[in-house]
Design a binder for this molecule. Structure first.
Ligand SMILES: Cc1cc2c(cc1C)N(C[C@H](O)[C@H](O)[C@H](O)COP(=O)(O)OP(=O)(O)OC[C@H]1O[C@@H](n3cnc4c(N)ncnc43)[C@H](O)[C@@H]1O)c1[nH]c(=O)[nH]c(=O)c1N2
Ligand SMILES: CCCCCCC(=O)C(=O)O
Ligand SMILES: [Mn+2]
Length: 485
């Protein structure tokens, strides 16, 4: 099934241009599989599918293919593999690290037409979806059964795209990330082979059955195969929910409170930190009237009395650290407004600086190092003269700092890259990571090597070359081609 190349990769790829071109012959071969309505070389479609939310320059693929089934994906992969044509999977294009850019041309495999919710097992708390299903679509489908899929990147991402970046969001402190919530995946490998990472039809909540292929493909960012189906955990919608807000006079006091709340074992559903620049952007964009100060947004779930008890304990801890204006709400509309504003932070800050290109850092540290890392970020931004709205999933030790550049201004772009690198190195020095949820993509390839070290990096290269010997799967992402040739 999988073969290592007989010649060395270096001689196979004498130059990067040795990738095959998507010429008329290839388009017609693909057309024979998916039908003419499901392949296009139009400029607008190509540009759209080479773009995500990142500030990395757009790189359009040569063609966009929209498969309708796993066998379509498999047959197209066979053609691409035999002509050594790059394939770049595309979910909904909401990624932050340039993952969908076609650096070496090739075919974009756009999954949005595979929209079937294959099954929902209400009493087993799991669902299986095809690659085009978004998290919103899944939640709309299962709500009436009293269930939800809690992983919530702010955008309406596809569930399989979320598998591929190991996404999380505001609920991870309670429910975990995609890594803890994916039970099985169907994946089409570079040569067209179809596998099920946990075995076909399997959906056990735990397993000791061999190597964990599921978690190999979670976070693989389209570089090891195309995820065509995912089986994910679902959770019951809690009986009662309350949201709370408290503002502080310093970043340090706000983040110290987070550590205390976690140390008390309060079973929070969400705890998010926003600095004053971020609150200011949210007030304008989402029509809130919050005090422009370091602020915590919290959410508690459980029984009505349990929620009240949690809110009172949280209030005590906030007030003990100088927290002001502690207020909490159980009303659905009030909670919705708050979390909608939180999910729109990215758009709120973008609207504050029109015309600029935006980049979001994504460091994560052990929570005991969170206060000094957030303060470091604040001070570094001050020293470097970089405006720095900050928002974070602080219950996991993960936060984002929003950076801006005028893409034509090289000095500005270098400055934010420098800032981002310094912050990532600081997080790594505390035993943390350069990325908690956005992935490596293009921007963090060197940081990946520093983070995992030579031995683990060499092992990653072996995995990549074994599964994709001709390096056609999303080439240049996660691992620079120079390291693979
Ligand atoms: C406003 C806002 C807010 C947030 C976020 C975005 C935006 C716009 N995100 C980022 C983003 O939503 C997240 O990275 C998603 O997992 C991307 O899913 P897409 O379907 O859009 O993948 P997209 O199409 O962007 O692709 C991302 C990567 O996955 C690969 N890929 C996509 N589908 C694949 C498939 N079927 N098989 C194999 N590879 C595939 C692509 O090749 C690419 O490398 C985020 N994220 C987060 O973790 N936490 C957060 O809090 C937020 N918040
Ligand atoms: C500083 C704003 C960056 C937000 C990036 C999107 C994201 O992950 C989120 O949590 O929101
Ligand atoms: Mn986030």
């Amino acid at each position: 099934m999988l073969r290592l190349p007989t010649r060395t990769l270096r001689s196979t790829f004498r130059s990067l241009s040795s990738y095959g071109k998507v010429d008329d012959k290839i388009v017609s071969l693909i057309c024979n599989i998916v039908g003419p309505d499901n392949v296009t070389t139009s400029e607008s479609a190509r540009n759209l599918h080479g773009t995500d939310e990142s500030f990395h320059p757009t790189r359009a693929p040569e063609a966009v293919v929209t498969p309708l089934s796993t066998s379509h994906v498999s047959e197209v992969m066979k053609i691409c593999n035999s002509h050594r044509i790059p394939v770049i999977p595309f979910g909904t294009g909401t990624g932050f690290e340039g993952g969908v850019g076609a650096l070496y041309g090739g075919v974009c495999m756009a999954m949005h037409k595979m929209t079937e919710i294959v099954e929902v097992n209400q009493s087993d708390f799991d669902a299986t979806v095809r690659a085009g299903v978004t998290r919103h679509q899944l939640n709309d489908w299962i709500r009436a059964d009293g269930l939800h899929f809690p992983i919530d990147p702010g955008a309406g991402a596809s569930v399989c795209g979320m598998c591929s970046t190991s996404a999380s969001g505001t609920n991870a402190v309670r429910y975990g990330t995609m890594r803890e919530n994916v039970l099985n995946m169907e994946v089409v490998l570079a040569d067209g082979t179809v596998i099920h990472t946990a075995g076909e039809g399997r959906r056990p909540k735990k397993t000791s059955c061999g190597y964990n292929l599921t978690n190999l493909f979670v976070g693989s960012e389209g570089t090891l195969g195309v995820i065509t189906q995912a089986t994910v955990r679902l959770h019951g919608i809690p009986e009662a929910t309350a949201a709370a807000i408290s503002s502080f006079d310093s970043v340090q006091n706000a983040v110290d409170t987070v550590v205390m709340i976690l140390q008390c074992g309060l079973p929070l559903a969400r705890i998010e930190f926003l600095n004053s620049d971020m609150i200011s952007a949210c007030n304008k964009f989402s029509n809130l009237q919050l005090k422009e100060a370091p602020t915590l947004f919290l959410e508690f779930i459980g029984s009505p009395s349990g929620v009240e008890e949690q809110a009172m304990l949280a209030e005590e801890l906030c007030v003990g650290n100088g927290g002001e204006n502690f207020s909490w709400a159980t009303e659905h509309s009030e909670r919705e407004q708050l979390w909608k504003a939180r999910h729109n932070c990215w758009y709120a800050v973008k609207a504050t600086y029109p015309g600029k290109h935006a980049y979001s850092t994504d460091v994560v540290v052990p929570v005991s190092h969170l206060p000094e890392t957030v303060v470091f970020c604040h001070e570094l931004a001050g020293e470097m003269g970089v405006p720095a709205p900050i928002v974070g999933h602080v219950g996991d030790g993960n936060f984002h700092c929003f950076l801006l550049s005028n893409q034509d201004d090289e000095t500005e772009t270098l400055r934010i890259k420098d800032f981002s690198r310094k912050l990532a190195l600081k997080a790594q020095s505390f035993g943390g990571s350069c990325t908690g949820e956005h992935g490596i993509g293009l921007g963090k390839r060197e940081l990946l090597i520093e983070e995992v070290g030579t031995g683990a990096f060499e092992t990653m290269k072996i995995v990549k070359k074994s599964l994709d010997p001709l390096l056609i799967m999303n080439p240049g992402k996660v691992i620079d081609l120079d390291h693979l040739l």
